[in-house]
Ligand binder design. Structure first.
Ligand code: E4P
Length: 214
């Protein structure tokens, strides 16, 4: 399973990059709005830190508008992935961009049906939002498991990004499901490497080390 960070915060991205575990980054308009920088400047800086794919989202409503935005985005850096909403116009955009070799991430997917369409349109990545599904009274991970089985049945090459991750168990379940990627908020990422028994263990070892002579 690849680990992406779901953030536009440069400090957090750099931290994960320095640990050598960062496979990519996903952003969205909400995450961009939290940072005090212009969109293009920020995305350029993220792309300079991360070697892997960096998703940047278009905001146009028609395929024409989205394609135009995408053409501007791909000029920013080689590792840009154009993030496109799961609409009829978005699918047209994904189809047009993928036929030109531009990488796409069809986002805001909440069902297996939408995931089938994203794959058939040629999306490089398809993002399914588990947390928001859970919030709406569904079992988000059940949808992920359905999509994984369908993609296996038909050998779709579209990679599954499990997004809207809210807690560490979502990460464990993503790995168990066989989905390709978990895109993780930094607060959840930090919980992955912390464990009270590890901290207790370090404290005990240090205390005992202090008794060692010479
Ligand atoms: C990822 O691509 C999404 O933009 C993100 O995971 C959404 O997460 P949220 O539901 O916590 O806003």
């Amino acid at each position: 399973m690849k680990i992406f960070l779901d953030t536009a915060n440069l400090k957090d991205i750099k931290q994960a990059q320095d640990m050598g575990i960062l496979d990519g980054v996903t952003t969205n308009p909400t995450l961009i709005s939290k940072e005090q920088k212009s969109f293009k400047e920020l995305v350029k800086e993220i792309c300079a830190i991360v070697k892997g794919p960096v998703s940047a989202e278009v905001v146009g409503k028609t395929a024409g508008e989205m394609v135009k935005e995408a053409e501007g985005l791909v000029k920013i850096a080689k590792n840009i992935v154009v993030k496109i909403p799961m609409t009829a116009e978005g699918l047209k955009t994904a189809n047009s961009l993928s036929s030109r070799g531009i990488k796409t991430n069809v986002t805001l997917c909440f069902s297996a049906l939408q995931a089938i369409l994203a794959a058939k349109a040629g999306a490089t990545y398809m993002s399914v939002f588990v947390g928001r599904l859970d919030d709406a009274g569904h079992v988000g991970m059940d949808v992920v498991r359905q999509i994984k089985q369908i993609y296996l049945n038909y050998k779709f090459s579209t990679e599954i990004i499990v997004a809207s991750i809210r807690h560490p168990l979502h990460v464990v379940e993503t790995a168990l499901s066989g989905a390709d990627i978990a895109t993780i908020p930094y607060a959840v990422f930090e919980k992955m490497f912390k464990h009270p028994l590890t901290e207790d263990g370090i404290e005990i070892f240090l205390k005992d080390w202090a008794k060692v002579k010479g």
